[in-house]
Design a protein around this ligand. Structure first.
Ligand SMILES: *Cc1c(COP(=O)(O)O)cnc(C)c1O
Length: 380
């Protein structure tokens, strides 16, 4: 049985009719960038997420870059980021000339460790970028408190968490100063190419973001601030809007798949002991207000002998991924921002132990059982 890591065909089939007609219409219209379809997506996304403003942009990376630009963060400023995330989270800080300050993650949810954040705040700190990693919200309530106390902006990296909720039932990316989303095709809400979104509840920031998106132009060929080409393609907006209508259904299906994985793993006895072979994901939030504490953009286990397990699974036809093999503090580009006293034991552990298993709407129970069976065989 071959099990791909991700397969978008089942999702696409559910919305193909809607998309294909509209895309052909767009191709015939000659209007390929921004336009009414993008405005419509922005309205739907703002309503779904519960924010006053949403700005459709060219990618998740650009969303983060624009957020930093909108806050005028630059040389001399420090921005606190988790040591363990996708490159864009820390790279965009470098791109505006600011200093990334790395903080270790929590041992069960792999999101930024709030106690460690407090230790790294200095007079130069301007912002914190929590990452809602793998689809689970970081400890946003505590981070908002810290932001308030120290007058720091909170830029939520919600690239992996469209539709996830915190303990108050608020959507990831809706409570910080800014929220940043990616619609990279394999994200849980994905376009047919690169696209992203920035959200805010601050009208002045929203206005600046719209200027930044298009070379700072208030009127055509009249720039009032530094900007760039961060515009979204019309076709991407059509695809994302169609998928947005299914997102709760698909996130629920991801949760069902995760639950089946976790039940089956528990039944194998592999995750029972003091020093288990497999650690299944842990959901921090248990609250009646919250239907989506984790949307399982990825189903990630901590596995003993991770690399041998992965090779074994490959030989069984099961594709897996490693997110992320090298924490920021070990990457050449970030060396100038790491001191010899810095220590990131959890990020180091995560980089050696975490393994992402196949998860996507349409993954069948037999396939999930097969994955767990093969993992059980490996450890026996
Ligand atoms: C995917 C991702 C991004 C970047 O999004 P792109 O659309 O690929 O530029 C940023 N942060 C995290 C955590 C991501 O997973």
């Amino acid at each position: 049985m071959h099990i791909p890591f991700v397969d978008l065909s089942s999702q696409y089939r559910q919305i193909a009719d809607k998309i294909e007609q509209a895309v052909i219409g767009t191709l015939r219209s000659g209007q390929y960038i921004l336009g009414p379809a993008v405005t419509e997506l922005e309205a739907h996304a703002a309503e779904y997420l519960g924010v006053t403003d949403s700005i459709a942009v060219s990618s998740g990376t650009d969303a983060l870059l624009m957020a930093l630009m909108a806050l005028e963060i630059g040389p001399g400023d420090e921005v606190i980021v988790p040591d363990f995330s996708f490159a864009a989270t820390a790279m965009t800080v470098l791109r505006v000339g600011a200093i990334p300050v790395f903080v270790d993650i929590e041992p069960q949810t792999w999101t930024i460790n709030v106690e460690e954040v407090k230790k790294k705040i200095s007079p130069k700190t301007k912002a914190i970028i929590p990452v809602h990693l793998f689809g689970q919200t970081a400890h946003i309530e505590k981070l908002l408190e810290i932001g308030e106390t120290y007058n720091l902006a909170i830029i939520e990296d919600a690239a992996q968490a469209f539709g996830a909720e915190d303990a108050d039932g608020k959507k990831a990316g809706s409570r910080g100063t800014l929220g940043c989303f990616s619609f990279y095709p394999t994200k849980n809400l994905g376009a047919a190419g690169d696209a992203g979104l920035v959200t805010t509840n601050d009208a002045a920031i929203a206005e600046r973001l719209r200027l930044i998106r298009n070379h700072g132009q208030k009127e055509r060929y009249y720039s009032t601030c530094v900007g760039g080409n961060f515009r979204m393609d019309t076709i991407q907006a059509i695809v994302i809007t169609a998928k947005l209508s299914k997102i709760d259904q698909w996130n629920r299906e991801r949760r069902r798949i995760a639950q089946l994985y976790s039940t089956l793993f528990t039944n194998t006895g592999l995750c029972g002991s003091q020093d288990p072979a497999i650690r299944i994901p842990v959901e921090r939030v248990q609250s009646p207000q919250c239907s989506f504490p984790h949307i399982y953009h990825q189903y990630v286990v901590a596995a003993k002998n991770r690399d041998s397990l992965r090779s074994y699974l490959t030989s069984c036809g099961i594709e897996t991924q490693i997110y992320y093999p090298v924490p920021f503090h070990r990457q050449p580009v970030f060396q100038p921002y790491v001191s010899s006293q810095d220590d990131f034991p959890v990020a180091d552990y995560a980089s050696k132990s975490l393994l992402a298993l196949p998860i996507y709407p349409g993954l069948a129970p037999e396939q999930i059982e097969h994955v767990v069976q093969c993992i059980r065989d490996f450890y026996q």
